[in-house]
Design a protein around this ligand. Structure first.
Ligand code: 5GP
Length: 115
């Protein structure tokens, strides 16, 4: 079964795509948590961080560089931003297709609530 994000990448579901190349697609999060909230997603389906293979090393680096360039393009590079990858239940992962959240455009506060 293709994931929700695989369907977006294939053009079978709508999304506001802000960047695409042979390896990744980036689109606006449907429920933005900040003025800038972009998801950078590998075109090939990798379910979680646990499923990243050693040969995906360059792909993961590429995702970060795409996020860096999008931050600059969105005008948040200097004010700052956060990159987040959630993994499995305790990480709060909802969509099981690896993705990097790029969040910025306002002060984001502490990373996690301290118990
Ligand atoms: P996760 O919790 O898995 O790290 O994040 C999943 C993200 O995907 C959430 O921020 C959620 O708002 C976003 N999302 C879920 N469904 C859709 C969708 O159909 N389209 C888009 N553009 N984003 C989605």
């Amino acid at each position: 079964m293709p994931t929700l994000f695989a369907k977006i990448i294939a053009g079978e579901l709508p999304a506001t795509i802000v960047f695409r190349d042979a390896r990744v697609t980036a689109f606006l999060d449907i429920r933005p948590a900040a003025p800038v909230h972009i998801l950078v997603v590998p075109n090939k389906t990798i379910a979680t961080v646990n499923d990243i293979a050693d040969e995906d090393e360059a792909l993961i680096g590429h995702m970060v560089l795409v996020a860096r360039d999008l931050a600059k393009q969105q005008g948040i590079a200097d004010s700052g931003y956060r990159l987040i990858v959630n993994c499995n239940a305790h990480g709060g992962q909802e969509v099981y297709h690896l993705h990097l959240h790029l969040l910025g455009g306002r002060p984001l506060g502490p990373l996690v609530q301290r118990a």
